[in-house]
Design a protein around this ligand. Structure first.
Ligand code: ARG
Length: 568
């Protein structure tokens, strides 16, 4: 549940019962009422601007208006106290019972969310190419977004729109025809780069591959057989690293090839609407609008070699997805170099009347090294995702060695996973960020290991409490500040998740989790739990809080696709 909404809805309904206010209230004013969590909570848990929003229509001072509202707020069952501060802010302190009500506020956040159909396009890897650093964000952010949407009860479908039907595939087939099928995993990923390098030097080779591409698309049986053998080998490689990264399986590995069968349908629509223009042997869709100030090239629908294009596959995919899933949204996650491509494709889809879904592209920034340039390994190459995990895992291992800890390989892997993914998730997707395998593995600060460490700690406390037979039970007698702060944070979970979904901002979840971990550790520091000198009812109450915190923390960790080790 979204406690912000709950509180602001209640404030709104209370003021509507005050006659003087009711007479002048407009929907605009109701919408402008905001509830905030003050940074310093000495005066209240929430504060609201409601009185200030009424000044103009009521022609009274905000303080006078606030004084009218406060008594009504005090009548609400969850309000402990309400007071006026500053120019007319109203501060509200919630009752301890309210904070300790896990049923309504901690579990299940989806009670007031309308389920949406959401198709998502992320990962979208290329056959015959190793997954590399450029795939990290689309994979990690896309997966987390999917988990968040599902958690909120939305109907999601994840698409791995495989790049498997263009010139790269032609280049691979050309190579296979000359050198035979790959013999091992390394071979699988070496063929495309080798063939591509050759095509750069050798025009005939390029033309040969282009010809193969068109014939493959036109059904040449030999080429299709090579595709059918090669593609699953490559996909198996891709699945392996996705498993290592704890990524949910895609609902559909339906990419450029599998949507090819819808290209003729789209072609027909484009023709009917007169959207296609022949241009130097190619077919294009002009999408420039008068209002454009930046260059807006046309969509390349069919290339002059006769091949299906990248854009055609995307339009066919939109056609297929809207027809089969009828989603409310289709959200694409790629790096921002594809901004223009998606602008063009979305415009063409709209012109063709294929925009029943809300089409949205989220473009990522770049992962850089300390020098601000795209991150490279020490030998200057682009790291694969396996390389990245290995680099981070090495750092985890040496850190553990330094502090004399023995960690199992599995634990090291889990910590590395958290370090890599959390660091990716905590940054705003649009901005660049610096990747440093050393700093992401620190056990303190805004890092994945810090989050895991907090979870391991809570798991251990829970286990110990179980062992000594403590039955958690809330006790509303005088909660300490650290307890209240933690509970208020837990109450905020629903709002954060809803915002993360609505704004496609997975960083909100990561940073919330960090704040939560800090509140947990502060609570732990100030409020002894199982110590002998702690009264029994306090022990039980603190264990009750521990359990609630643990539930939310583990849920947040799961939304980020991290795994928690038994010990660290
Ligand atoms: N395979 C593409 C690439 O690696 C990404 C595809 C993104 N999704 C899409 N529907 N175009 O650049």
């Amino acid at each position: 549940m979204n406690v912000y909404n709950f509180i602001s809805d209640n404030i709104k309904s209370v003021i509507q019962q005050i006659d003087d206010i009711k007479a002048v209230l407009t929907p605009d004013i109701l919408n402008s009422i905001a509830v905030e969590v003050p940074k310093i909570r000495d005066f209240g848990d929430y504060s609201t601007n409601v009185a200030m929003m009424l000044v103009r229509v009521m022609k009274r001072s905000p303080r006078e208006i606030a004084d009218m509202i406060v008594p009504a707020l005090l009548g609400m069952p969850f309000v402990e106290s309400a007071s006026v501060a500053g120019p007319g802010f109203i501060n509200i302190r919630l009752k301890d019972e309210f904070l300790l009500n896990p049923e309504r506020f901690v579990t299940g956040t989806a009670d007031d969310v309308r389920p949406l159909g959401v198709d998502m396009d992320y990962g979208s890897y290329n056959i015959g190419k190793k997954l590399h650093i450029g795939h990290l964000r689309t994979t990690v952010v896309g997966d987390t977004f999917n988990r968040i949407a599902r958690f909120l009860g939305h109907k999601t479908k994840s698409y791995n729109h495989m790049g498997d039907w263009g010139l790269p595939m032609g280049l691979i087939i050309a190579w296979v025809l000359k050198h035979g099928m790959p013999k091992n995993a390394d071979d699988i990923n070496a063929m495309y780069p080798a063939s591509y390098a050759r095509a750069k030097e050798d025009k005939e080779w390029l033309e040969y591959a282009q010809k193969i591409t068109v014939e493959l698309q036109n059904g040449n049986p030999e080429y299709n057989e090579i595709y059918n053998t090669f593609a699953p080998m490559s996909l198996a490689q891709i699945s392996k690293i996705l498993k290592r990264l704890n990524i949910l399986p895609f609902d559909e590995n339906k990419g450029e090839r599998l949507v090819a069968e819808y290209v003729p349908d789209v072609q027909k629509i484009l023709e009917e609407k007169n959207l296609l223009v022949h241009d130097a042997g190619a077919d294009i869709i002009p999408v420039k609008m008068e209002s454009d100030t930046a260059p807006m090239p046309p969509v390349l629908w069919r290339s002059s070699t006769g091949a299906q294009t990248y854009a055609a596959a995307d339009l066919a995919a939109i056609y297929y997805r809207t027809k089969t899933d009828n989603p409310d949204d289709i959200v694409y996650f790629t790096d921002s170099r594809q901004n223009l491509h998606f602008t063009q494709v979305f415009r063409a889809a709209k012109m063709a009347g294929m925009d029943s879904a809300n089409l949205q592209h989220i473009g990522f920034g770049t992962i850089t090294g300390a020098d601000g340039k795209p991150f490279k390994t020490r030998d200057g190459s682009v790291p694969s995702l396996d390389d990245m995990m290995d680099m981070v895992a090495d750092n985890v291992r040496s850190r553990a060695n330094e502090s004399g800890k023995q960690l199992s390989d599995e634990t090291v892997e889990m910590i590395a996973l958290a370090a890599l993914k959390f660091n990716d998730l905590m940054h705003d997707v649009k901005s660049d960020y610096v990747f440093d395998p050393e700093s992401v593995t620190q056990f303190e600060g805004r890092t994945g290991p810090y989050i895991l460490y907090t979870a391991v700690r809570l798991n251990a406390v829970s286990k110990k409490a179980d062992a000594v037979g403590i039955v958690p039970a809330p006790d509303t007698g005088a909660l300490q500040a650290a307890e209240r702060n933690l509970l208020l944070r837990l109450l905020d979970f629903g709002r954060v998740i809803e915002n993360a979904f609505a704004r496609r901002a997975t960083d909100l979840v990561a940073n919330y989790t960090y704040d939560l971990a800090q509140d947990i550790n502060t609570f732990y520091h100030h409020c002894p739990i199982l110590r002998d000198d702690v009264a029994e009812n306090v022990k039980k109450s603190r264990m009750f809080i521990v359990n609630m915190a643990r539930q939310i923390l583990l849920q947040a960790i799961d939304l980020m696709g991290l795994r928690v080790p038994d010990e660290m």
